[in-house]
Design a protein around this ligand. Structure first.
Ligand code: ADP
Ligand code: ZN
Length: 750
C-alpha cells in the first residue's frame, strides 16, 4: 500500500500537509525532508506516516535532508505550544527548527601568528620587540601579540608580509568546553547545604519510592494549566522546585550544585536567563565554578556557532547550555535539568510571533522530558508562589543573605515634605546620603527606570508636545544623541531648534527626568566624583557595557546612575547606598500586575546594596509612603505583600485563579481595526464562566503605524480557554485586507 507522510512546514500554517512517500524512501517521524510547496521547494518535518489506499494524487516528498531528526520530546513541545498559545503549528515548529541559512555558513576565521624563524628585512626597534615576544614560538592572535610587544598592529602586519611571522588559520573556538562538576566547589553555608541536599534528593528519588503526590495532580503551571497535553501520566513525574531566596542568599551556588549533580550523572542541563547582559557576566561565574565555558545561546550568537551548538546538543556532546528563552527549543539528547533564573522576569514572555512564556514552557518541557525544573527568584511571580503554596511545586527557601550579611535597611523619603528645588529631582535627604557614602569611599547607585534625558518635550510658547509619528507615544529626548526618540518603534528625529508647530526659537522644555538628566544634576552636585550612567541604549555596544559593569564592580566609580539594566543580578561589592528616584513609577498604571512588578523591581534594585563587607541601605523617593507596595518594602515583610496580592487576585478572579487572554486587532486604518473588533465581539457568545470585554483601544493604541484594539477574555479556571477561543475565532469575521488578530494567552499586562 502506498505510504503518505504528514509534513509540518515551518511557516504560519495550522496543520501538517499530506505528501506521498516515493517507493524506497523509508521515512520516520521527526525526520527533516525537502518537499514541493506551490512552485518552489521547501523543508518540513515528518509529523506522521501512514499507509493509505489513496494518496496517489498527492505530490511526493522530494527527499530526506541530512540533518538530525527532531526528537520526540521537541515535537511534543511544538504540539503543546501551538495548542496552548493558538499559534499556527508551523510557527511553533519554526522556533524549534532553525536550518542553517547562507549567513550561517560563513564564520570569521581566527588567525594565529608565530615566529617563522626567518629574519625580517628591516629590523626596526618596534619589529625587534615583536620578534622578542614571538621568540618562544607560541601561537598568538595578531592583536594580542601587538599588545604584548607594545606596538601597533601595523608592525605585526609588516612582519607577516615580510615572512618573519607566519600566519596560520586556527580551528574555530569551541562553542563549549566540558564542565568539570568538581572543579572549584565552594564550601557552602549550612543553609545552602541543606537546600542542596533537599534539591538533589528531589531530583533523584529512590527508584522504589512512591511518587511524590504533590508533584502530580495538576501537571501544569497555573498560568499554563491546561491539563490535556501532555496527559497526566500514571508514572512519577520529576518535580518543579521553587528556589526562593532573598537577594544575595546564594541561590546561584545552590543551583550550580544541582547542575553539577546532573552533569555527574551524564545528563544535560539548561540554564535560562532573562537577558543577554546578564548572560555575559554569568558565563564568567560559571567558568570559575566548572572550569569551562558553557554553550551560550542568545540572539547575539552568530549563525555558524548556532549550528555547532545545535549539533553539539543533539549529539549530547554539550553538557550545559546557558541561554535566553529560545534555548528551550534546542534538541537536547538527554535533558536532565532546567533552571529558570529570575523566574519572575517579564522578559521571559515573548510578545510577538508566538506569544509564549518561557518559564511556563520550561515547566512543560520538564514534564515532557521527565526532568526536574528549578525556578529561582528572590521575588517569585504570583503564579509560581501560588503553585508552591498549593503543593504543585516544591519550595526550598534561603531566607538569609550569605555570610551573615544583612539585607539593606530601607527608608522612604516623603517627596511631599522633602522636595527638591524646582527643576531638580534628587531630594535633599538623598543628596546628603550620597555625599556621606561617597565621602567614606563607598559607592552609591541612583536608580531611575527611564532612559534618555526627559520623557516628554514640549514647547513653552504653544504647548505642543512631541509625539511619535508612528505610535501613540511621546518622544523621549536623548541629549547625548541630540535626538527625540520613540522608545516603542525606534523612530528618531533631530531635536529641533525651533518649535515645529509655532516656530518659536529655542523654547523647547524637557518635562520630567531620565537618567541623562539625573547625570547632569549629579555632575553639578558632585563635580569631582566619578560617575557612570548605564542604560540599555548605552553608547558603544555590549563590550563597552561589560567593561563599565566591570569598572563598577571593581569600585572604579563613585556614583552609578542606571535603569533596570543595573537593577538585576549584578554583584557590586562596593555599593552601600541605593537611591530610588521614583519609587512610584508603575504604581499609577491601571495594570493589575503593576503592584507585583514594582515590588519585584524595587526589591531587586535595593538588594544591590550591601552585598560586600559593609552593610547597605536604600532610600525610596515616594509620594505615597503608605501604598501597600512601598509599606511592604519598608517593613521588609514580603510575606505580607504576597498574602495581600494573592488575596486580591483571587477576589478578582485574575490569574492564576482565573484564565485570561487578549486579542489584539490591528489595521492600518483606525475604523477598520475597530469594526473588526466589534464584529469579533458580536461573535463571542460567551458561555457561563466566560467574560469578554471590549473592544477598547489597546494600552498602546498606535504602534508602528498600526491602530490597535483589544478584547479581553476572562474565564473561570475550570474553563478550557483554548477550546473556547478556537470556536469563537472560527465563527468570527473573516480576516480581510491588512487586518491582523494576535492572540495572547496569559498576557503580561492587561
Ligand atoms: P543570589 O543568586 O541569591 O542573589 P548569589 O549566588 O549571587 O546570590 O550569591 C551572593 C554572593 O555571595 C555572591 O557574591 C557569591 O559569590 C557569594 N556566595 C554565595 N555563596 C557562597 C559560598 N558558599 N561561598 C562563598 N561565597 C558565596
Ligand atoms: Zn514610535
Amino acid at each position: 500500500m502506498p505510504c503518505v507522510a504528514e509534513i509540518l512546514i515551518p511557516l504560519a500554517l495550522d496543520s501538517a500537509y499530506s505528501y506521498a512517500v516515493p517507493a524506497g524512501l523509508d521515512l520516520s517521524v521527526g525526520e527533516v525532508v525537502q518537499i514541493p510547496l506551490g512552485p518552489r521547494e521547501t523543508v518540513g518535518v515528518v509529523w506522521g506516516v501512514r499507509q493509505s489506499p489513496g494518496g496517489s494524487n498527492l505530490r511526493p516528498v522530494t527527499g530526506r535532508i541530512d540533518v538530525p531528526a527532531l526528537p520526540d520530546a521537541l515535537r511534543e513541545l511544538v504540539d503543546w505550544l501551538a495548542r496552548y498559545t493558538l499559534a499556527p503549528k508551523g510557527s511553533a515548529l519554526a522556533m524549534a527548527l532553525r536550518l542553517p541559512d547562507e549567513a550561517a555558513l560563513t564564520e570569521t576565521i581566527r588567525v594565529g601568528v608565530r615566529a617563522s624563524g626567518k629574519a625580517p628585512a628591516r629590523p626596526t626597534a618596534a619589529r625587534t620587540k615583536v620578534l622578542a615576544v614571538a621568540a618562544d614560538g607560541a601561537m598568538r592572535g595578531k592583536s594580542a601579540l601587538a599588545k604584548e610587544a607594545g606596538v601597533s598592529l601595523s608592525v605585526v602586519d609588516g612582519l607577516i608580509d615580510d615572512g618573519a611571522l607566519e600566519a596560520v588559520a586556527l580551528a574555530p573556538e569551541p562553542v563549549a568546553q566540558p564542565p568539570d562538576p568538581d572543579h572549584a566547589r565552594v564550601p557552602l553555608s549550612e543553609a545552602q547545604e541543606a537546600a542542596v541536599r533537599e534539591l538533589v534528593a528531589l531530583m533523584n528519588p529512590a527508584p522504589d519510592a512512591p511518587p511524590p503526590t504533590d508533584a502530580i495532580g495538576d501537571p501544569l503551571p497555573a498560568a499554563a494549566a491546561d491539563g490535556k497535553v501532555p496527559p497526566p501520566g500514571a508514572e512519577a513525574k520529576a518535580p518543579t522546585v521553587l528556589l526562593e531566596g532573598v537577594t544575595g542568599s546564594g541561590k546561584t551556588e545552590v543551583y550550580f550544585e544541582a547542575v553539577a549533580d546532573c552533569v555527574r550523572r551524564g545528563h544535560q542541563a539548561l540554564i535560562l536567563m532573562p537577558e543577554i547582559a546578564l548572560t555575559a557576566q554569568f558565563l564568567d561565574r560559571f567558568a570559575e565554578r566548572f572550569g569551562a565555558r558553557p554553550a551560550a545561546w542568545h540572539s547575539g550568537v552568530g549563525g555558524k556557532r548556532r549550528e555547532r551548538i545545535r549539533a553539539g546538543v543533539t549529539a549530547g556532546e554539550i553538557a550545559v547550555v546557558v541561554g535566553a528563552r529560545s534555548a528551550l527549543f534546542l534538541p537536547f539528547a538527554d535533558l536532565g535539568l532546567i533552571v529558570v533564573d529570575e523566574e519572575h522576569e517579564a522578559a521571559y514572555k515573548q510578545e510577538d510571533g508566538v506569544h509564549y512564556h518561557a518559564r511556563d514552557m520550561a515547566v512543560v518541557r520538564g514534564r515532557i522530558e521527565n526532568c526536574p525544573v528549578v525556578l529561582a527568584s528572590a521575588t517569585p511571580s504570583i503564579e509560581t508562589r501560588v503553585n508552591a503554596e498549593r503543593g504543585r511545586y516544591r519550595r526550598i527557601a534561603l531566607p538569609e543573605r550569605f555570610g551573615g550579611r544583612r539585607l539593606p535597611d530601607i527608608a522612604a523619603i516623603d517627596m511631599r515634605a522633602d522636595k527638591p528645588e524646582r527643576g531638580r529631582f534628587i531630594a535633599p535627604a538623598l543628596v546628603a546620603a550620597v555625599r556621606e557614602t561617597v565621602t567614606s569611599g563607598d559607592q552609591a547607585l541612583l536608580f531611575l527606570n527611564r532612559r534618555g534625558y526627559a520623557p516628554l518635550t514640549l514647547c513653552r510658547a504653544c504647548g505642543h508636545r512631541y509625539q511619535c509619528r508612528n505610535c501613540s507615544t511621546w518622544l523621549v529626548e536623548h541629549r547625548f544623541r541630540r535626538a527625540l526618540v520613540c522608545h516603542q518603534c525606534g523612530y528618531a528625529e533631530r531635536r529641533p531648534e525651533s518649535c515645529s508647530e509655532c516656530g518659536t526659537f529655542d523654547n523647547l522644555t524637557p518635562c520630567g527626568p531620565g537618567v541623562e538628566r539625573i547625570a547632569e544634576e549629579v555632575a553639578e552636585l558632585f563635580p569631582d566624583k566619578r560617575v557612570i550612567v548605564l542604560s540599555s541604549d548605552f553608547p558603544g555596544g555590549a563590550e563597552r557595557l561589560r567593561a563599565e559593569l566591570q569598572t563598577v564592580a571593581e569600585g572604579g566609580c563613585d556614583i552609578v546612575i542606571g535603569t533596570q539594566l543595573v537593577a538585576k543580578g549584578h554583584n557590586f561589592p562596593h555599593l552601600t547606598l541605593v537611591g530610588v528616584l521614583d519609587a512610584d513609577i508603575g504604581l499609577t498604571s491601571g495594570d493589575p500586575r503593576a503592584a507585583e512588578r514594582t515590588f519585584q523591581l524595587l526589591q531587586q534594585v535595593t538588594g544591590r546594596a550591601g552585598r560586600g563587607e559593609k552593610p547597605g541601605r536604600a532610600l525610596l523617593q515616594t509620594y505615597q509612603p503608605d501604598h501597600p507596595v512601598i509599606a511592604a518594602l519598608l517593613s521588609g515583610d514580603s510575606e505580607r505583600f504576597y498574602e495581600e496580592e494573592i488575596g486580591a487576585r483571587e477576589a478578582a478572579g485574575l490569574p492564576p485563579f482565573g484564565r485570561l487572554a487578549a486579542l489584539i486587532v490591528s489595521a492600518n486604518e483606525r475604523e477598520v481595526a475597530e469594526a473588526h473588533g466589534q464584529a469579533l465581539a458580536r461573535a463571542a457568545e460567551p458561555p457561563d464562566g466566560v467574560m469578554v470585554l471590549g473592544p477598547a483601544e489597546a494600552p498602546l493604541a498606535l504602534i508602528r503605524g498600526r491602530y490597535r484594539f483589544r478584547l479581553l477574555v476572562k474565564t473561570e479556571r475550570s474553563i478550557d480557554l483554548q477550546t473556547y477561543l478556537r470556536a469563537w475565532l472560527a465563527r468570527g469575521p473573516k480576516i480581510r485586507g491588512n487586518v491582523k488578530v494576535a492572540i495572547d494567552v496569559d498576557p503580561q499586562s492587561f
